[in-house]
Design a protein around this ligand. Structure first.
Ligand code: FAD
Length: 504
């Protein structure tokens, strides 16, 4: 192989046409379409895709926008509903219910962060729920939605939204987009991989049909099997099952029987938890569990007996091991999607991790030699993302008071990673939420779980006591009323979809 230093990547090959593959193809085609760099995506209909990935995070809007995608068209083609957050049921104790919203709590009423004022009032006996101070939570509970308002005086300026959609249809939508921008799709099963003897780089792949495809840069979106990153390059996997033991899921869609609400729901169960994700034409349901705590049959029965409507397909069983590849970028192979790692879908983070992988790849886009410093930086950034998502997911399990089943008792008593311990201790002691400079979940997300799962700080910011009791009560009442009044002005969620031109 001639010296690749200083030579631009000319042929990008993406293996896999699931959500990861088509998101990567769309973004790369948007960047390189019309240039000398070609993009080829190989997928095998015979192998198929995972196809469960229905709930997203608000960041996906920036992804779509950066590609110039029309949001209404995307929503209409993917049966998308609005997602304002996730409602967690029975996580702290049986009967508890709180929402992790896509938005901030309260407003500035003094020098301390808003939640410290709420903590003082709440520990003093005031029963108003923390969620009443957050616009997207109140809107979600009332099945209402309006687009964010850029006027900082409006309660609608401090929130965001995401989508609940049919991920297979999102893939189809993105494949049309990517092909229009010049990406080529090849149907076929990869049966062998050629590597360069000197560098160990992947040089090309061969399909069952005998066709060979050469490339300079390979994006491995082949799903759990990690065709290039693992099967060929043997990169290795960091197994995080000791922190997040769930390892299986059943998924099944059901019919809609009532209004669906603009939010996802996650309900804690004996050996895991169950999701409910409403789309326009059906509800996606699934039970994520650990086979050490509950049998497959019990997990399936639990799911099927709690469906709201008629099942629309046979339940599908999925197996996974929580963790990530030791390197998400190894040699000239970048693993994006399930081939790079998997964390259970409790906070709908997989599609977002795909997006981060793509954005970081574009920001550090290499020459043919794939400089080691760029790879290291990519891996450092992605490791941080994965670790911080892991910690946030763990928080839901370890901050529980449940002792009705072995899973919950074990999670309460487990060793926490130092990074998580630091966060929990800071909140317990003084109600502080240390902010990351890099990472997905901002303080309002952590706050929602801390408070929602009954972690009460031992002390609040002492500056709160500068405000008199009457003034504090009046301020909190004003914030609540302002949000409640704003929500009443908005449309019902399904009316919004119709008026927005986003119906399926
Ligand atoms: P896949 O969908 O598995 O696609 C792999 C592709 O590789 C396929 O096209 C296949 O044909 C191709 N391929 C493989 N081998 C070969 C070969 N030899 N030759 C040719 N082609 C090949 N994410 C969220 O963001 N939100 C959620 O709510 C959510 N829920 C989930 C629930 C569960 C139970 C699970 C398991 C995952 C969930 N996810 C969720 C994750 C989400 O499903 C995935 O991140 C997403 O589907 C991306 O998958 P993928 O494209 O990496 O892999």
């Amino acid at each position: 192989m001639s010296d690749p230093v200083g030579r631009p990547v000319r042929d990008i090959v993406i293996i896999g046409g699931g959500t990861a593959g088509w998101m990567a193809a769309a973004a790369l085609a948007h960047r390189f379409g019309g240039t000398e760099t070609s993009i080829t995506l190989v997928e095998s209909a015979e192998i198929g895709i995972v196809g469960v990935g229905e709930a997203t995070l608000p960041q996906i809007r920036y992804f779509n926008r950066s590609l110039g995608i029309d949001e209404r068209e995307m929503m209409a083609r993917t049966s998308a509903t609005i997602k304002l957050g996730i409602e967690f049921c029975d996580w702290g104790k049986a009967g508890d219910r709180y929402t992790h919203p896509f938005g901030a709590y309260g407003e500035t009423i003094g020098p301390a962060d808003f939640h410290h004022y709420w903590v003082r009032q709440n520990t003093g006996g005031d029963a108003h729920d923390f969620g009443e101070y957050c616009y997207p939570i109140v809107a979600a509970r009332n099945d209402r939605f309006a687009l964010p308002d850029e006027d900082p005086a409006s309660p609608l300026d401090a929130f965001s939204y995401a989508f609940q959609f049919d991920a297979s249809l999102y893939g189809v939508f993105l494949s049309d987009f990517a092909k229009q921008k010049g990406a080529k799709r090849v149907e076929g099963k990869v049966v062998s991989v050629q590597t360069d003897g000197e560098t160990g780089f992947v040089a090309g792949i061969a399909l069952e049909s005998g066709r060979e495809i050469a490339g300079d840069l390979f994006v491995d979106c082949s799903g759990f099997r990690g065709l290039l990153i693992e099967q060929e390059l043997e990169t290795g996997y960091e197994d995080w099952s000791e922190y997040l033991p769930c390892n299986r899921a059943y998924a099944v869609p059901c019919a809609i029987t009532d209004t669906v609400g603009p939010y996802t729901r996650a309900t804690a169960r004996k050996g895991g938890w169950q999701w409910r994700i409403p789309l326009q034409h059906r509800i996606g349901n699934g039970h994520v569990y650990c086979d050490r705590y509950i049998s497959d049959q019990e997990a399936l029965d639990q799911l099927m007996t709690t469906l709201e409507g008629e099942p629309l397909a046979d339940p599908k069983q999925l197996f996974f091991k929580t963790g990530k590849r030791r390197k998400l970028w190894n040699r000239n192979v970048v693993a994006i999607g399930l081939s790079g790692g998997f964390l259970e879908p409790l906070e709908s983070t997989s599609i977002d991790l795909i997006q981060s992988g793509i954005v970081n790849l574009l920001a550090l886009f290499p020459e043919r030699d794939c400089d080691a410093a760029d790879r290291d930086e990519y891996n450092r950034l992605m490791d941080l993302e994965f670790e911080r998502v892991r910690d946030f997911l763990m928080l839901h399990y370890v901050a529980t008071q449940r002792d009705d089943a072995a899973l919950w008792r074990d999670m309460r008593n487990m060793e926490w990673p130092d990074s998580l311990k630091y966060k929990i201790d800071a909140f317990r002691r003084r109600g502080i939420v240390p902010e990351y400079t890099h990472g997905l979940f901002l303080p309002p997300s952590w706050l929602s779980v801390f408070i929602g799962q009954n972690i009460v700080p031992e002390a609040y910011d002492p500056r709160v006591d500068l405000m008199s009791e009457q003034e504090l009560a009046a301020n909190l009442e004003r914030v609540r009323s302002r949000i409640a009044a704003a929500v009443v002005q908005t449309s019902r969620h399904d009316d919004f979809l119709e008026n927005y031109g986003a119906t399926f």
